[in-house]
Design a protein around this ligand. Structure first.
Ligand SMILES: *[C@@H]1O[C@H](CO)[C@@H](O)[C@H](O)[C@H]1NC(C)=O
Ligand SMILES: *[C@@H]1O[C@H](CO)[C@@H](O)[C@H](O)[C@H]1NC(C)=O
Length: 300
């Protein structure tokens, strides 16, 4: 075999290995992780109204003026409600004109729910049982943000426990962001395809284990992704311009809290790859909801 052939073959093996890593199959024999630690928060969304730990967020420009999302979040029951022991967030194609004169009107509505400002957790195991969405440009998100949310505070941290793209219901996106602002941050994230899985058809358990120097993500108790965080320079700030302006380089050590949102469009759906969202697309949405069954948080 000549040298080029040998290199080509070797490269082929590496490529195969990489592809294998990205397509995970959870056989019955695979080891499943059980959560340990003290249960410090639990929510089952029973009853008719959200309890006092949660707040329904209504706004049209949640992320500020560079936001390209197509939805307004409203606090109406159409968009956020409890039903049959589930928290249901639903998106609709409909014009929405916010009351604030300065705010933009949008053609879609949806919902967002977050923990109240008084609740925040530093480290721990966050387990959420949920069913994601199906339909073009739908982005269900289960994520953590600082307990004292201020997108302009010049230190932005976000950990995505699970996100989905409504066009690809067998993959889940997980990762973390650190930087100045939501759109000026370094990230480590991955999109994993899980064989024989439709995240919009069944409920699955999404887990983040957040330790001081490590973030780990699990689906149905099986590890899918890990980020070590000893030194910020290892991964987060290859681009130094993302450094928070107060130069605070501590990674993921402030209290974070849970958020659930179902967004429509935005930066996860670049036009080149996904095209524009038309009204016909939206009429074809087969499952424009994000459903949360329960949440548990364990202290380590
Ligand atoms: C809403 O839809 C109308 C009609 O299709 C369009 O002209 C307008 O630009 C849309 N607005 C936004 C904010 O996308
Ligand atoms: C909507 O669904 C119908 C029936 O399945 C299909 O014919 C049509 O092409 C779909 N439209 C879009 C915009 O995807």
């Amino acid at each position: 075999m000549d040298i080029m052939q040998a290199i080509g073959k070797k490269f082929g093996y590496i490529l195969c290995a990489v592809l294998l890593i990205h397509l995970l199959e959870f056989g019955d024999g695979a080891k499943r992780k059980d959560w340990t630690g003290k249960l410090i928060f639990e929510e089952h969304f029973n009853g008719e109204k959200l309890g006092r730990n949660w707040e329904i967020v209504g706004n049209c420009e949640g992320k500020g003026h560079k936001d390209t999302n197509l939805e307004c979040f409203t606090t109406r029951e159409d968009n956020v409600r409890l039903r049959d022991g589930l928290l249901i967030i639903e998106a609709w194609p409909e014009e929405w004109h916010p009351k604030e004169l300065w705010a933009k009107s949008k053609n879609f509505t949806s919902g967002k729910v977050k923990m109240i400002n008084e609740l925040g957790y530093q480290y721990g195991t966050f387990v959420v049982r949920a069913r994601l969405s199906k339909g073009n440009h739908l982005l269900p998100s289960i994520f953590l943000l600082p307990a004292y949310q201020d997108h302009d505070n010049c230190k932005y941290e976000e950990v995505d426990i699970a996100q989905g793209r409504g066009q690809r219901t067998s993959t889940v996106i997980v990762g973390a962001y650190f930087g100045r602002q939501w759109n000026h941050a370094s990230s480590r994230k991955t999109e994993k395809a899980i064989r024989n899985t439709d995240f919009s058809a069944e409920f699955h358990e999404f887990t983040l284990v957040w330790k001081q120097y490590r973030l780990e993500w699990f689906v149905d108790g099986r590890l899918i992704y890990t980020i070590p965080m000893y030194y910020y320079s290892d991964w987060l700030l290859q681009d130094e311009s993302n450094l928070p302006c107060n130069m605070n380089k501590k990674l993921f050590q402030q209290e974070l809290q849970l958020n659930f949102a179902l967004s429509v469009g935005g930066s996860m759906f670049p036009q080149a790859g996904y095209g524009d969202l038309t009204l016909d697309d939206a009429k074809n949405w087969t499952k424009p909801t994000l459903e949360i069954d329960w949440v548990k948080i364990y202290d380590h």
